[in-house]
Structure formats: C-alpha cells, structure tokens
Design a protein around this ligand. Structure first.
Ligand code: ATP
Length: 211
C-alpha cells in the first residue's frame, strides 16, 4: 500500500473555508499522509491577482496556523515563470520519488477546462486526479476531458495501489464559497466574517487588500 500525498493548487486569492474544509476532508476521508496547499505564482488562465504572491501565501500561512493536518507548499512561488501544473508535478515527483501516490485535487470547474492546461495529457503519468463536485459546476459530458474521464475513472482504492493514473470522484461535503465573491464583498465594504479564517480577515483589513 502506497503512502498518499494530496495537493490542492489554486490562486488562493484569498484562501477561504471552501478550500480549507475541502483539503481537510480529503486528508481525512482518503487517509492521506500529507495534504499540501500550493498557491500559484503566475496563473496561466487568468490575469495576475492584484494581491502579491507573497501576500497570498501569507494568508495561507495564517489560515493553517491552528491546522497541523494541512501544509503550505511554496514551490510555484520559487519559479518566476508561468505556473504550469505539469512543472509542479514533475518537481514533486523528483522530490518524492516514484513510490508515492500523488493526488492532485481540483474542483469540477477547473477539471472541465483541463484540456487547456499545458501538457494535460501527460498529467496522469505523474499523478491521480481527484475531482470534487463544486456547487454550480457539473462534469463534462462530451469532448476530450469527458473521454479522459471515461478512460481513467477508478474507485478510490486505486489511489493506494498505484502512484498515479486514475481519476477519482469522491463524494465530499463542500461549502459554496468562492474567492471571487469574497473579493467583491470586501470591495463594497461588506463583512466576510465566517467565510474565511478570522486571522485572514484581519490581515486583509490591516493590509487594505481587495478595496
Ligand atoms: P476564484 O473565485 O478567484 O476563481 P476560487 O474560489 O475558485 O477562486 P481557486 O484558488 O481558484 O479558488 O481554487 C483552487 C482550487 O480549489 C480549484 O481546483 C477550485 O475548483 C477549488 N475550489 C475553490 N473553492 C472551492 C469550494 N468552495 N469547494 C470546493 N473546491 C473549491
């Protein structure tokens, strides 16, 4: 049985309870030995966030202060080039070796656009994909991503048997929270209390972010 390491990549602009609860549930329900949050430095499919990479990472650090089950992985921040998931996975494999099961977690919104990612057809050579149904977004029914899903869909037991190559759809409880909505609420002066950790909310206010 392989040890399993989960990764949740994203912009985390800012990190919110949707990300955090998802990461913790993945760690618990799939029996992961580690669960890492990996903020991207230069997003490929969206504009550069107004908030710096260092500030986004700092908000994750604050959020994880009381949560030893989750860790911050800053490898994408050390690469001053577009943050391709493929490069991140290759660097994780170099670090962890071939005998570890890697699980790249992503919401159905991100998964539906997988065929726009750099070297997307090679991702499963390095990792499993754990696709989480996000409120408001369903799985693709036709097209290249739907075909990939059909070919690689597997039960969760595959995650401990192989280092990568499966697409798994665990049923998890999700919170319908988005960073877009949080940025919008801060911009119009509304409170985002209870949507994000209190330490992150205070940091946003103190630094004057998202105004
Ligand atoms: P934005 O609204 O700015 O697009 P976001 O809230 O979607 O941000 P990201 O940092 O883009 O957050 O998301 C990182 C990853 O976490 C993606 O794979 C996304 O699908 C997933 N994710 C984000 N929010 C949730 C949520 N509430 N529940 C489950 N997954 C989520």
């Amino acid at each position: 049985m392989l040890s399993k390491i989960g990764i949740l990549g994203g912009t985390f602009d800012p990190v919110h309870h949707g990300h955090l609860r998802l990461a913790l549930e993945l760690r618990q329900t799939l029996g992961l030995s580690q669960m890492r949050l990996t903020p991207c430095h230069r997003p490929v499919h969206r504009g550069q966030p107004q908030v710096s990479s260092a500030q986004r990472a700092e908000m994750i650090r604050l959020a994880l202060m009381d949560c030893p089950e989750l860790t911050l992985d800053e490898r994408e921040l050390r690469r001053d080039e577009p943050s391709y998931t493929f490069d991140t996975l290759r660097s994780l494999r170099d670090e962890l070796g071939p005998d570890v099961s890697l699980l790249w977690a992503l919401g159905t919104d991100a998964f539906a656009a997988l065929d726009t990612w750099n070297r997307w057809q090679e991702l499963l050579d390095y990792t499993h994909l754990v696709v989480i149904e996000r409120p408001g977004f369903s799985l693709p029914q036709t097209g290249a991503v739907a075909e990939l899903l059909q070919r690689h869909r597997a039960p969760v037991t595959a995650l401990s048997e192989l280092p990568g190559g499966a697409i798994v759809l665990p049923s998890l409880r999700l919170l319908d929270i988005s960073a877009t909505d949080i940025r919008r609420q801060v911009a119009i002066g509304e409170s985002v209390q209870f949507l994000i950790p209190e330490s992150v909310r205070r940091y946003i206010l103190a630094e004057g972010l998202y105004r």
